[in-house]
Design a protein around this ligand. Structure first.
Ligand SMILES: *[C@@H]1O[C@H](CO)[C@@H](O)[C@H](O)[C@H]1NC(C)=O
Ligand SMILES: *[C@@H]1O[C@H](CO)[C@@H](O)[C@H](O)[C@H]1NC(C)=O
Ligand SMILES: *[C@@H]1O[C@H](CO)[C@@H](O)[C@H](O)[C@H]1NC(C)=O
Ligand SMILES: *[C@@H]1O[C@H](CO)[C@@H](O)[C@H](O)[C@H]1NC(C)=O
Ligand SMILES: *[C@@H]1O[C@H](CO)[C@@H](O)[C@H](O)[C@H]1NC(C)=O
Ligand SMILES: *[C@@H]1O[C@H](CO)[C@@H](O)[C@H](O)[C@H]1NC(C)=O
Ligand SMILES: *[C@@H]1O[C@H](CO)[C@@H](O)[C@H](O)[C@H]1NC(C)=O
Ligand SMILES: *[C@@H]1O[C@H](CO)[C@@H](O)[C@H](O)[C@H]1NC(C)=O
Length: 835
């Protein structure tokens, strides 16, 4: 079968340079298949939109990569995307170092090849092999490259949710065709087929497919095929799994809009269908038309279908830390659900990108994706959001355009793609059927979370938390990794969000350094690393070490004059059923309480250890039970109480002169800038350790420090932890919250006598503060998108300033004594002062 690559190279010419367009696995990607560590997807980070955005940011931030969105989107495809790579097993093949048993032979490769060579050509160099570490390079490759891996894995009995059909299939494997015909009456299925139901289970299709081994072009693929093959090139989002390569291709094509002559796409200058339009708009074949044409040609020739089946559902085999996407079928996999989603998303983003770049030429690709795949504001227009995908298809695509563009591209692809049949007429009927089925499938079968539900289920605030997890490494990795992964996603570990640090609950030592990159965290935290760490929990040792680390962090922040902006949370995850507590351990917890008052300490344990843990926390709500088990599907519901607790910890506002000894002086006047998205709210917390004793000039001010649309409201409370304007029906709450609009000038919150009547720092409540943007993003408006400084996550972020004035330093450890002295002198004055 070696004639195939030679034939194609000769035909298309190899002058068009990129390796990823050639019929061999690109050299720079081959280690993703040959290195056993990299080849096992369980060793690579999970494939989520968050990780994809994180990896793209790394490339954008790489000083050697100086590209704008237009260039980068194209270069990413040329460097990391190679569709259609599949495993080839031959009988009697002796493993040899000279042959990689993988090649881009799956049907998706042929349109990919046209995409790279003709539709999104690229004159730039591809990115250097050292742009990303190998683990992230392979992860990105797998996120962008569409292919189907049909190897039998052994877990087929559990992967397919359509169990009634699975039973049918499993029974059939290894049997003859006639057996099948006896089991299912073909006539029944054929009539079902015509109604559009059961279309995927046509036994004739199966038979043809698995029987086509002798002499067929795909004959070298696996001898036995999985009933639920893996679809690659997919990332997980809350709005369904998405083929990310199609999204980037749509953006890249839209960013360099062009009409390509169909004859330039044709091999041998010989088009079999002449009644098609002469040019194609490259965004069509880069997205929707690419997959539609592929489905038309494959299904039309191999299956002889007159109705082209569009859409194949699938699912991840885990609810968290998604790595393997399993299709519910092994035939008609040319336009699967994730590809449909990626095509629509890429088409909508590509269709709008020129006007977007016209308004904001410096927009980054990572930012565009981050806006589109977000719950609320969207890509400068709340309609341009993944949750609105169905409407976007209607808005940007007309049936007629899609049909004629697809017709033309299908005619061109036909000359590039080796098929097992020749369509000698009726191509346009097949295309019309495919387009009709796409439209109806998207409307009735693609039931992803819509925008109304998204709004109801998402938060209007974002976390910026430095999360420290003290992990008991006796947890099985398979049980605890999904839970940690859920936390990473929920607190948005990322450049503009939260950080994560993994500590050992045995001694408090650092296992994985603080990182603001989810991709880096996942790279470091793998099963091998987990197994190497000594397991167990020792509260005394670990709390001692963590205390010292936190104290050092406070000193470092003093040196950097850090006034605030992040919250910090320490979470113990304990598997050990019989926790050893001791007075000395408690002393350490108490010292953390007194010297690092803004650190919230949470304890989660596999079994109920409430009594043992109660003395270690500020409130009983800081203790959790987490019954984590490998393969559990309820990880999110187990972890959500912890996420809610983390969310209730406001961002710190601190007097940087205090350190952890709280022996510093007045803060004087200092400030920091922060950002809020349109319609979002930020929550802050100022500990009484900074205002316990009185100073008449002590106050916090909030003012605007940049442009950005809409008005802000500043609220504060001493009892409501997350104070909002009119947030709650609870009248008591409303009266405990004071809100002021921030129109011009500033909002000032006085801390004069703020701890009056409290006898110790621990009794005196903190100040809870919030800053809310009152209006959501105006549709289609770039006017307010003016946040250009490096700390803006989104261009439409609103910048403001929090200023502290004359905050003091009051140690929790000495506070009781201090207030006793105050009390005694007050008594003294009362008793003897007047005499
Ligand atoms: C790319 O880098 C990896 C790791 O450094 C190396 O193993 C591989 O050979 C390199 N590939 C190419 C094509 O240089
Ligand atoms: C998902 O399936 C893959 C491939 O069979 C397997 O390696 C992996 O362990 C599975 N993951 C889970 C969480 O079951
Ligand atoms: C706070 O978070 C931002 C990003 O969200 C980060 O750049 C900064 O370093 C963090 N500060 C601290 C003290 O961790
Ligand atoms: C953490 O980072 C420091 C330097 O930044 C490094 O020396 C140390 O080895 C790292 N620790 C771990 C556990 O990776
Ligand atoms: C696991 O991660 C460590 C770094 O923490 C890395 O050195 C090692 O190669 C990884 N192992 C696997 C199997 O991925
Ligand atoms: C404090 O700063 C020093 C010097 O920058 C650094 O080496 C150390 O790791 C920092 N400590 C913490 C806990 O961040
Ligand atoms: C920490 O302080 C709170 C009061 O703010 C108190 O209820 C709790 O017992 C203290 N915990 C420890 C371990 O000292
Ligand atoms: C709170 O609600 C009242 C009436 O329900 C309204 O007049 C007032 O403006 C609201 N305040 C804020 C800050 O939204």
């Amino acid at each position: 079968m070696y004639w195939l690559p030679i034939f194609l190279v000769a035909a298309l010419g190899s002058a068009q340079g990129q390796q990823t367009a050639q019929t061999r696995v690109a050299d720079s990607l081959s280690e993703c298949y040959s290195n056993p560590v990299l080849a096992d997807r369980n060793n690579l980070p999970p494939v989520t939109m968050q990780v994809l955005i994180d990896i793209i940011r790394k490339i954008e931030d790489n000083p050697n990569v100086n590209m704008d969105l237009r260039q980068l989107s194209s270069v990413l495809l040329h460097t990391y995307r190679q569709d259609g790579i599949e495993f080839h097993q031959r009988e009697n093949l002796v493993a040899t170092a000279n042959v990689l048993p993988f090649a881009p032979t799956f049907s998706s490769f042929h349109r990919h090849r046209l995409l790279l060579t003709r539709l999104i050509p690229n004159n730039l160099q591809v990115l250097g092999n050292d742009t990303l570490p190998s683990v992230l390079k392979c992860t990105l490759h797998h996120m962008l490259s569409t292919t189907v891996d049909a190897r039998v894995r052994g877990d087929e009995s559990s992967c397919n949710q359509l169990s009634q059909y699975r039973a049918l299939r499993t029974a059939r494997s290894g049997r003859s065709i006639s057996d099948d015909v006896e089991i299912i009456k073909p006539a029944v299925l054929k009539s079902a087929n015509r109604n559009g139901k059961l279309r995927r289970y046509d036994p004739n299709n199966d038979v043809e497919f698995s029987n086509s081994g002798n002499g067929g072009l795909m004959s070298e693929r696996q001898v036995a095929e999985s009933t639920c093959p893996l679809l690659d090139g997919v990332v997980n989002t809350p709005w369904g799994a998405v083929s990310a390569g199609h999204v980037i291709a749509g953006i890249a094509a839209g960013a360099q809009p062009q009409r390509v002559n169909v004859m330039d796409l044709v091999r041998d200058a010989n088009l079999n269908y002449r009644n098609v339009q002469q040019t194609v708009n490259s965004i069509y074949p880069a997205t929707l038309s690419g997959d539609l044409a592929e489905a038309v040609l494959i299904q039309g020739t191999e299956r002889g279908s007159t109705s082209i089946s569009i859409g194949t559902a699938g699912n991840w085999n885990s609810t968290q830390a998604t790595r393997h996407f399993m299709l519910h079928n092994r035939i008609n996999v040319e336009m699967t659900d994730p590809e449909i989603r990626g095509d629509i998303d890429g088409f909508a983003l590509g269709s709008t990108i020129t006007s977007t770049l016209g308004a904001i030429s410096t927009l980054k690709l990572s930012t565009l994706l981050d806006m589109y795949y977000s719950s609320r504001n969207g890509a400068f227009d709340s309609n341009l959001r993944a949750c609105n995908r169905r409407a976007l298809l209607q808005q940007y695509v007309t049936n007629d355009n899609l049909i004629s563009e697809t017709n033309a591209f299908a005619a061109a692809l036909d000359t590039n793609m080796p098929l097992r049949g020749t369509i000698i007429g009726g191509l346009d009927q097949l295309v019309t059927s495919a387009v009709t089925n796409l439209m109806s499938y998207t409307t009735s079968n693609l039931n992803d979370m819509n925008c109304v539900t998204t709004l109801a289920q998402s938060n209007d605030f974002r976390l910026r938390t430095n999360l420290y997890i003290a992990l008991d490494f006796s947890w099985p990795y398979q049980a605890v990794e999904p839970a940690i992964s859920h936390l990473v996603e929920s607190i948005e570990v990322g450049k503009y969000g939260s950080s994560i640090t993994l500590l050992n609950a045995l001694d408090g030592s650092i296992v994985i350094n603080t990182t603001f990159s989810s991709a880096d965290f996942y790279t470091e935290y793998n099963a091998t690393r987990h197994a190497q760490i000594q397991s167990g929990v020792n509260l005394e040792n670990s709390l001692t070490r963590i205390k010292l680390m936190m104290q050092e962090t406070l000193l470092n922040e003093s040196t950097r004059n850090y006034v605030g902006g992040n919250s910090s949370v320490l979470l113990y995850m304990i598997n050990n059923g019989n926790l050893q507590t001791s007075d000395r351990a408690w002393e350490q917890a108490n010292e953390i309480n007194n010297t690092v008052p803004d650190l919230r300490v949470l304890y989660a344990s596999a079994t109920n250890q409430l009594d043992a843990l109660l003395p270690y926390v500020r409130e009983v709500q800081d203790i959790f039970n987490i019954g984590l088990a490998a393969g559990a599907t309820n990880v999110a519901s187990i972890m959500n109480p912890i996420v809610l607790r983390i969310q209730s910890v406001g961002r710190r506002i601190v007097n940087p002169t205090c350190g952890f000894l709280f022996n510093g002086g007045s803060s004087g006047t200092r400030q920091f800038d922060d950002y809020v998205e349109p319609g979002f709210i930020n929550f802050y917390r100022l500990s009484p350790n900074y205002f316990y004793e009185n100073n008449d000039n002590r106050r916090v001010r909030v003012s605007r420090s940049g442009t950005g649309g809409g008005s802000l409201t500043v609220c504060h409370s001493r009892s409501v932890v997350l104070p909002r304007p009119n947030s709650t029906a609870n009248v008591q709450d409303i009266s405990a919250i004071t809100c002021q609009p921030l129109v011009s000038g500033n909002v000032e919150i006085s801390l004069q006598n703020a701890c009056d009547g409290y006898w110790s720092i621990r009794e005196c409540p903190p100040l809870f503060l919030s800053v809310r943007s009152d209006s959501s993003l105006p549709a289609g408006s770039f006017a307010s998108a003016s946040c250009t400084d490096a700390n803006c996550r989104y261009p439409y972020d609103i910048r403001f300033q929090i200023q502290i004035q004359e905050l003091g330093c009051f140690s929790g450890a000495t506070s009781v004594t201090a207030s006793f002295i105050v009390l005694l002198s007050a008594l003294y004055i009362t008793l003897y002062g007047s005499s």
